[in-house]
Write a protein that binds this ligand. Structure first.
Ligand SMILES: *[C@@H]1O[C@H](CO)[C@@H](O)[C@H](O)[C@H]1NC(C)=O
Ligand SMILES: *[C@@H]1O[C@H](CO)[C@@H](O)[C@H](O)[C@H]1NC(C)=O
Ligand SMILES: *[C@@H]1O[C@H](CO)[C@@H](O)[C@H](O)[C@H]1NC(C)=O
Ligand SMILES: *[C@@H]1O[C@H](CO)[C@@H](O)[C@H](O)[C@H]1NC(C)=O
Ligand SMILES: *[C@@H]1O[C@H](CO)[C@@H](O)[C@H](O)[C@H]1NC(C)=O
Length: 579
């Protein structure tokens, strides 16, 4: 066995499926049934998602050596036919060159006009400086793109005395786009020493020789480092989406992940192709006041254009909320959000998100309610969802007596704070009403996702959406911060919808038809397996109508095989032939 072969088989060994351990057993109650995760170990940012020859690819920041982050970070890789079931591939690349010897960090894929995908990624070089590198597929006939080769020309972009870029703050290249002059453009996140966030712009004719533009694409003072920028067009005429280099009937979106808050913020605006600058629309500022893609645990997100279904799909890293010792004990850390379709809402000033339709292939038993009155103070169990720990619930509410809403205090401008302070025991006119998920038999443990409606004056209402983890687990060591957001909906005109994806340790909620998303991580001790229940509740003093409720048990997807036993040996496995 040659050295390479030996290495390869060792690599494969680490992916071996331990069938004995694969049952959702009490040792692993928090592994997900349909949210993406590697067989084991640490995962953070999604990298370079794409579809190539009909196969979906997701790369991800992956530590093959353990359940916590490590400098030897590599590009993990999985492939899928449907974005739901995933097969693990060997990591695409790991630190090997002077330009990435201290880590292969985040980046993106660009599909060249001849159809070849190319990866731009950040390497940490010998001097611990952040630089941008390129990798190309070894065999473009292989739809699984299992082997990648790094260019000897790396790094392609590096901080130096002339450009003055801080070597500790220069990372996460976006998918490149081609301008009207035939030149490629790409942005890289950065910031100056006085906390001005920057989307540094580079241009190239051939994708290898890159020149820094005189101005950044966009910048904003006092925002700190911009991580994982994402820049893409959205159609102003429909929910179909556009390839990254498209122009015409479009608006542009710039998303940045602010390291100072660990949240993802977007603005909608215009890209001036002549001046090569992006200008957010009136009312948007690229800082912590901008709308968020998700108001819970969700960071370092990235979109890609799916030319198979003409849609743009968003992935985001969903971090754990548990102490590192728990992650080490369970042998893994980090999930990806369920892939979301993302598009410009009709108002033109907000993005909408929705779970991709492929989730329907996992649906099993359905429970359906039509028109049910939720009396004040009621809690009604949704019976018949056979696996309430793995479910898709879609409910719509109509509230009649809006005049009974409490008046919102002028000082209540921070939705997360209102959600945190006003717990469920506080009664008000309208709400809280919503779902109690991952609820234990004795109702000791539950995670609630709910709305409250306030009046701002006689004719205008404020809708608050909360995801409350304070009672989600008897374990007190987890981060149980409650999340909240305002939903731009007029409850006197529109129904209020809530869709929640429940998956063992993640609760991903879409309010107002995808105007607001909130993702929570929870670690119940009692609400596990058969002992998991689902309720609809209304703790307000006025009744609320449930116009419709659909709840489906979801079967497990094939997510990179099941759990990997750290002790499994090659000889024990029958699954090697799947490679
Ligand atoms: C690291 O720094 C040394 C000294 O400044 C320089 O000679 C060398 O080229 C640098 N290496 C890389 C990979 O940039
Ligand atoms: C490239 O991939 C194709 C399709 O998987 C395969 O048939 C071919 O043998 C590969 N070529 C090399 C040189 O590995
Ligand atoms: C790289 O591109 C710049 C700007 O287009 C050009 O001036 C330079 O000669 C190019 N360098 C190489 C090595 O091709
Ligand atoms: C991830 O979660 C841990 C534990 O709650 C927390 O300490 C850390 O700041 C989080 N990191 C990010 C990027 O969200
Ligand atoms: C209520 O507030 C909205 C916007 O804040 C304003 O346009 C409207 O005139 C107000 N209505 C009343 C009756 O004060």
């Amino acid at each position: 066995m040659g050295k390479t072969l030996l290495l390869l088989s060792l690599l494969l060994c680490s992916f071996i499926i331990d069938l004995e351990a694969s049952r959702q057993d009490l040792n692993q109650p928090y592994r997900t049934g349909y949210h993406f995760q590697p067989p084991s170990n640490w995962m953070n940012d999604p990298n370079g998602p794409m579809v190539y020859k009909g196969i979906y690819h997701l790369f991800y920041q992956y530590n093959p050596y353990g359940a916590v982050w490590d400098v030897r970070i590599v590009w993990g890789h999985s492939t899928s036919l449907d974005l739901v079931n995933w097969t693990p591939q060997p990591p695409a690349f790991s630190p090997s060159q002077p330009s990435d010897i201290n880590g292969c960090w985040s980046g993106s894929v660009t599909i060249l006009p001849n159809g070849t995908p190319v990866i731009l990624y950040t390497g940490i070089d010998q001097n611990k400086s952040q630089v941008q590198n390129v990798a190309v597929p070894v065999n473009i006939s292989d739809p699984y793109l299992r082997e990648w080769s790094k260019s000897p020309a790396n790094p392609l972009m590096a901080p130096n005395a002339v450009n003055g870029i801080n070597p500790d703050r220069f990372r996460d290249p976006t998918t490149a786009w081609m301008g009207h002059d035939g030149e490629w453009r790409v942005i890289v996140g950065s910031s100056t020493d006085d906390r001005r966030g920057l989307a540094v712009l580079y241009k190239s004719r051939d994708f290898f020789n890159w020149t820094q533009a005189t101005k950044p694409l966009h910048h904003e003072d006092l925002t700190g480092m911009w991580e994982c920028p994402d820049f893409f067009p959205v159609s102003i005429t429909g929910t179909d989406c556009l390839e990254t280099s498209s122009f015409g009937e479009v608006k542009h979106v710039l998303k940045v992940s602010l390291i100072e808050t660990l949240h993802d913020y977007y603005t909608i605006g215009s890209y001036d192709r002549e001046k090569d600058v992006y200008v957010p629309d009136h009312g948007f500022v690229q800082d912590g006041s901008a709308p968020r893609l998700d108001y819970g645990k969700f960071y370092a997100s990235k979109t890609f254009y799916d030319d198979v279904k003409k849609r743009r799909i968003l992935w985001g890293w969903v971090n754990e909320s548990s102490p590192a010792k728990d992650d080490i004990e369970k042998g893994w850390s980090g999930l990806q959000s369920f892939p979301r379709k993302i598009w410009l809402g009709e108002s033109g000033n907000e993005l909408l998100q929705w779970p991709i339709e492929e989730i329907e292939t996992l649906r099993e038993t359905q429970v359906k309610w039509d028109n049910k009155v939720l009396k004040a103070g009621s809690t009604i169990q949704v019976h018949g969802v056979t696996a309430a720990q793995q479910a898709d619930v879609d409910v719509s509410f109509k509230v009649k007596d809006l005049e009974k809403a409490d008046v919102i205090e002028p000082s209540w401008t921070d939705p997360q704070k209102i959600c945190s302070e006003e717990d469920l025991s506080v009664k008000s006119g309208l709400g809280p009403f919503g779902l109690m998920v991952l609820t234990s038999n004795d109702m000791e443990e539950y995670t609630s996702v709910y709305f409250r409606i306030f009046k701002s004056n006689d004719t205008k209402y404020v809708v608050l959406m909360c995801s409350d983890q304070s009672r989600s687990s008897l374990n007190e060591e987890n981060d149980k911060a409650t999340f909240g957001a305002f939903v731009a909906i007029d409850p006197s005109q529109e129904t209020l919808s809530l869709r929640t994806l429940i998956d063992h340790s993640i609760v991903e909620s879409y309010g107002g038809g995808g105007k607001v998303c909130i993702t929570s991580r929870v670690y119940p001790k009692l609400a596990i397996g058969e002992n998991t229940n689902l309720f609809v509740f209304n703790k307000g003093t006025q009744s609320v109508d449930v116009l419709g409720l659909n709840a489906w048990s979801l079967k497990s997807a094939q997510i990179n095989g099941e759990r990997v036993s750290p002790f499994s040996e090659c000889e024990d496995s029958h699954s090697l032939n799947q490679y």
